[in-house]
Ligand binder design. Sequence first.
Ligand code: I3S
Length: 128
Amino acid sequence: ESQSAGESSEPSEKSSDLNVTKITEHGKKVRKNWASSWTVLRGSTLIFAKGQGGGTSWFGGGQSLPEFTVDLRGGSVEWASKDKSSKKHVLEVKTRQGTELLIQSDNDSLINEWHQKLQETISTHAWE
Ligand code: I3S
């Protein structure tokens, strides 16, 4: 497994390309900005790395950092309702910090794997 994203010594448990957008930040609704992102799950941290050719508008207005991470502890994951997106196979991830994300892939089995893995992660990493 690649260790290029992040500094943690924990092994990457899953990684793939996914389409991602933030929909809420610090509890406030933000404008959707779907982008393809290399997504890595490591421990209870979900890391979104800017894809090749990604511009400075990656992951919402002004986000110019190469990575965006969320702490899954105390969060939730569920299939997004139809009103959240017209796309197929969309997961809604909510964090304790008031961030809501949609993650999506046209690959049915891939998104199912992510769903399972994220649920597993949330239920095994307790919120202290
Ligand atoms: O929830 P919305 O507003 O229907 O989300 C769509 C918009 O973000 C749209 O961009 P504009 O705000 O420039 O119109 C995107 O192109 C669409 O992909 C978003 O909807 P989906 O259903 O694809 O998540």
